[in-house]
Structure formats: structure tokens, C-alpha cells
Ligand binder design. Structure first.
Ligand SMILES: [Cu+2]
Length: 150
């Protein structure tokens, strides 16, 4: 990587950092031309024995889960689903946090605590990743008048 391309990459990263994360659900509403280049942060608050996610609406893309243990015992966060393998944090002590970055595809994922028994006690969230409807984009060079019958 030449210094020049490196600088360009850094500039892009800086721009990405300036995009406000604000209102979950509003993410992706605007100029999200490169869905894969954007990482959405999701808070996962773990208690004894529950996992609360800061968002429940997911579309394909990259997500960083910030797992925070607000319980009295140790926990961890693991995610299974299409394309994921060994996506898990280390054990998280009470009061500590850990992050886990994953790439979601369309499909169903399971977010849970892998410590023995915790999943069965309720530390389990199923989430569905859906492809969001986009505004229709005209084909290159297509003209509406060429379509018979409208
Ligand atoms: Cu746990």
C-alpha cells in the first residue's frame, strides 16, 4: 500500500466516522450506497439472565455488538447464523464489556450467552436479517416509453 492510497483510505474512514449514528432505524435511509462499508453499532446489555439489544431491525451488513455485562455473574456473547463461525466474545466479567463484529446476510441469527445453562435461562435472542426495500432504480438506458402496456 503506497502512502497515497493509505491517505485516501484514512480520509474515507474519517468521513465514515463523521456520519452520525443517531436514531436507530434511520440508519440506511439516506445515502447508503456502500452497505458493506458501513458498520452499525448494536448495544447488547446482558443481565442475569437476559440479553437486551438496542435494535431489533437488521438488514444485511456489518455490525459491531458491544456486549456489556450488567449482571452479577460472568457472561459472554455468541452469534450463530449464515456465514458465521466462532463468532463469540471471551468471557465478560460483571461490569465489563466486549465487542464482537459480524457480517450479517439475509437470514435468521441467534444471539445468546454461551455459558452453560444461560441460553436456556433466557439469554437468547433470535433476530431476522431482512433486505430492505429500496427505491427502484432505472436500468441503464431504459426508457419508460419502450415498455408496452405501461
Ligand atoms: Cu451468561
Amino acid at each position: 500500500m503506497t502512502p497515497r492510497t493509505r491517505a485516501a483510505t484514512l480520509t474515507l474512514l474519517s468521513l465514515a466516522a463523521l456520519v452520525p449514528l443517531g436514531g436507530l432505524g434511520a440508519v440506511g435511509a439516506g445515502a447508503s450506497t456502500h452497505a458493506g462499508a458501513r458498520t452499525t453499532t448494536v448495544k447488547a446489555v446482558e443481565t442475569d439472565f437476559h440479553i437486551a439489544l438496542s435494535t431489533t431491525s437488521f438488514s444485511p451488513g456489518r455490525y459491531t455488538f458491544v456486549a456489556r455485562n450488567k449482571g452479577q455473574t460472568t457472561h459472554a456473547l455468541e452469534i450463530t447464523g449464515p456465514g458465521l463461525k466462532n463468532a463469540t466474545t471471551a468471557t465478560i466479567n460483571p461490569g465489563q464489556s466486549a465487542t464482537l463484529t459480524v457480517t450479517f446476510k439475509k437470514g435468521t441469527y441467534d444471539v445468546f450467552c454461551p455459558l452453560p445453562g444461560h441460553k436456556a435461562l433466557g439469554m437468547n435472542v433470535n433476530l431476522v436479517v431482512r433486505v430492505r426495500a429500496r427505491a427502484p432504480q432505472p436500468l441503464m438506458g431504459a426508457t419508460t416509453t419502450a415498455v408496452p402496456g405501461g
